[in-house]
Design a binder for this molecule. Structure first.
Ligand SMILES: [Ca+2]
Ligand SMILES: [Ca+2]
Ligand SMILES: [Ca+2]
Ligand SMILES: [Ca+2]
Length: 337
């Protein structure tokens, strides 16, 4: 689950539009040497995988104090970090074919194992106190979960599962079925109820959810479904590639190559307005969002020195006006090329 309060970030001056590049004024979160990638945000914390050292580490940043802090910097690789509220989880490569899931409570500093079973457990997601991960103890690999509040780990789906998200009860995931059909499935852990979010020939993956809305990467577009009304709706169907969507409340963000480089775009479900968040001739991708604060990784040269940046989405009424201006700027820029 993403915390959906609208953040007011101390120290961040919000200029509404950047005249150098299209989108909103970005601010640096981490520009250390080496690659910082895969940023995730919840509450006042941004976390990411960091290659500044000899092995992958996990670092974090407090948006209120502006301070960076190490979370997991052991001699092994720590990567694929996720966060909800004060709980951070990541994958730790403890040995050959033996990845495990670990976590840390940022409030108490407590470090704890989530799953250290034999074989690979990796790429975990978290919502509330529910952690879900891909687990290779079975072949093909399955989706497992565990409540941090107590109890052991349990099987969620034994299919060929990939890409998943949870809000603490509902778990959604992508799967590739036999007949060239991909699907987004879901399951409410509390009741055991299984749901079909979307099934179709072609590529559906990268589901994300917030409240009763699931969004996913659909072939090369972004689609959504309201689980209360069962309405399925397009969010961005530009002919170029839109991918890795994330959602928080009414805002959906994704990476988009419509301008020739990966950029970050957004969409307001309450107004049906699409808007650029960061458009420049530098690759910007892997976005995440919490409330109206967006974070992403960006850099040049194949990602060896990626950095983490953030931007604040202005209020919806301002966004409506900027959408018109932003579109005008985009058209003007294309005409000049
Ligand atoms: Ca390390
Ligand atoms: Ca293991
Ligand atoms: Ca598209
Ligand atoms: Ca860097």
């Amino acid at each position: 689950m993403k915390v959906c309060t609208r953040l007011v970030v101390a120290g961040v001056v919000v200029c509404l539009i950047n005249v150098q590049a299209i989108g909103f004024t970005k601010f640096p979160i981490c520009t250390a040497a080496g690659a910082q990638t895969g940023p995730r945000i919840s509450g006042n914390h941004v976390v990411w995988t960091d290659k500044r050292g000899t092995t992958d580490d996990i670092y974090g940043y407090n948006l209120i104090t502006g301070e960076e802090f190490p979370i997991a910097t052991g001699a092994v690789h720590e990567r694929h970090v996720a966060i909800d509220n004060d709980i951070v989880i990541w994958t730790e490569a403890t040995g050959v074919f033996d990845q495990d899931i670990y976590g840390k409570n940022l409030s108490t500093g407590e470090l704890f194992p989530v799953c250290t079973a034999a074989g690979d457990q990796y790429d975990a997601a978290i919502g509330g106190d529910l952690v879900v991960w891909r687990d290779d103890r079975d072949i093909p690999s399955s989706l497992y979960g565990k409540y941090l509040s107590g109890g052991g780990d349990f099987l969620i789906s034994d299919g060929p599962t990939h890409d998943y998200a949870t809000d603490g009860d509902l778990v959604v995931w992508a799967t590739h079925l036999d007949a060239g059909v991909d699907a987004i499935y879901g399951k409410y852990i509390s009741t055991g109820e299984a749901i079909v979010v979307f099934e179709q020939t072609g590529g559906q993956d990268q589901p994300a959810l917030s409240d009763d809305i699931v969004v996913w990467h659909n072939v090369n577009d972004i689609y959504g479904k309201n689980l209360t009304t069962n309405e399925i709706f397009p969010i961005s169907t530009h002919p170029a590639q839109q991918y890795v969507p994330e959602i928080s409340g009414n805002y959906v963000v994704w990476a988009d190559d419509r301008n020739g480089y990966d950029d970050v775009y957004g969409y307001d479900l309450s107004t049906n307005i699409e808007f650029p968040i960061c458009v420049s001739e530098i690759s910007s991708w892997m976005p995440d969002i919490n409330g109206n604060l967006v974070v992403w990784a960006e850099g040049e040269g194949g990602g060896s020195n990626y950095d983490i940046y953030g931007a604040v989405i202005p209020e919806p009424c301002t966004l409506s006006l900027l959408a018109l201006g932003g579109l005008g700027l985009l058209r003007k820029r294309r005409m000049l090329k």
